[in-house]
Structure formats: C-alpha cells, structure tokens
Design a protein around this ligand. Sequence first.
Ligand SMILES: Cc1cc2nc3c(=O)[nH]c(=O)nc-3n(C[C@H](O)[C@H](O)[C@H](O)COP(=O)(O)O)c2cc1C
Length: 220
Amino acid sequence: MATSKQRTLRAIASVTAIAVSAAVLVTGSYEISYERIEENHQARLLRTLHQVLDPASHDNELTQNRRAVRDLKLLGSSEPMDVFIATREGRPIAALISSVAPRGYSGPIHLLTGIAVDGTVTGVRVTSHSETPGLGDVIEIEKSGWILSFDGTSLLSPPLDGWAAGQDGGQFDAITGATVTPRAVIDGVKNTLLYFQRHKDTLFTEPSGSSSLAGETADD
Ligand SMILES: Cc1cc2nc3c(=O)[nH]c(=O)nc-3n(C[C@H](O)[C@H](O)[C@H](O)COP(=O)(O)O)c2cc1C
C-alpha cells in the first residue's frame, strides 16, 4: 500500500513527465514548421530569381550565393539590398540585383534586375509596388509584357539618352495614362546598371555567401 507521500511524489512525477513531453512536442513541431516555412521561402525566392535569369545558365545554388550591398543613389534605398551571384563551373555568369525605384506614383517600386557579366540585362521584374490598378500596375508581368522591354538592353543599347519612355523622347514604350510609373522604373533599371558597372569587380570577386556591404560608396 503506497503512503500518501509516495502518492504525492508519483503525481508530481506524472505531471512533470506530461509537461516535459508537451514541451518536447511543441519545440519539435515548431522546428518542423520553421524548416517548412524556410524551405517554402527559399523555393519562392528561387522562382523569382529564375524569372530574370535562365535556370540553365548557371550551376550554383543561387539563394546561397547572396550578399548585401548599399548605395542610396543608385539602388534607391539606404537599406542593404540583396545581390545574388550566378556562376557556372565556378565562373561568374550574372548578378541579380535588388533595388528600389523611389519615385513611383504611389511610392517606392521594388525591382529585381538580372545583369550578365557583359552588362546586358537578362530580365527585370517588379517584386512589389503600390501603383494604381489598371494604370501603373501594368509594370507587373502578370498584367502586361511591358517589363520585358528591358530584356537584352544595356547602358550602350539604347544609349544613355534613350533610357526614357517614348513621350520623354526615349526608347521604351509609353504606358497609356501613366507617365510617372514608367519613368520611375526606367530610371531604377538604368541606375541599377550604373551600380553594376561601377561595382562589378567587387561583386564577382567577393567570397561566396559574404554578407559584407560590397559596393558601399563613400557618398551614401
Ligand atoms: C486616381 C489616379 C491614379 C493614378 N495612378 C497613376 C499611376 O499609378 N501611375 C502613373 O504614372 N500615373 C497615375 N495617374 C496619372 C497621373 O496623375 C498623371 O496624370 C499621368 O501620369 C500623366 O502625367 P503627365 O502630366 O506627366 O502627362 C493617376 C491619376 C489618378 C487621378
């Protein structure tokens, strides 16, 4: 026959065991959920990156080859911007640069620009914006093909004075009813190309996965 002290001890032991099991379960499921969320995030990021760069053109883990750079004037934000470096057989193929076009009609427009080593644009996508539905939002690939007009361009083609919308005397198509939005995006892509031209060597020679602020300029 167990004494009352033994019964109390057993009860405490049972409660402790239940509490420990619950804690282990909660921690375990949190870790599994966290890993799933992280995997989903990486997969979504890679899908976006592959919209501006042909997946067949590189053989490295793009999402792992990431660094942060900062240039208020050319990348449009005082925040660090992500740059992903694509390589093939160890040699650089392209840089995928996040930047901000600060002067959208309704605020900043976030861009991702793929630039091949020779300075040619491999693709541009708007990753977020607040432009007006039915007007400025045609910069989204889901709404129109306007953003594809940057494919194959460079700072030489068109020449610098051609980096403007048609109504401003430039070589990019005008958007009906919206002149502010295309101006902002065209300037944003041009400035990203200027950033690449200025910092290309550092971007490609930094150690893989470095998170230092490569390309940070003295005038930021
Ligand atoms: C409610 C509303 C929303 C607008 N949204 C945009 C927009 O998203 N992008 C844009 O460029 N212009 C937008 N516009 C139009 C601009 O105000 C401007 O009239 C247009 O870009 C032409 O500019 P312009 O005076 O240089 O020709 C909007 C106008 C209104 C009234």
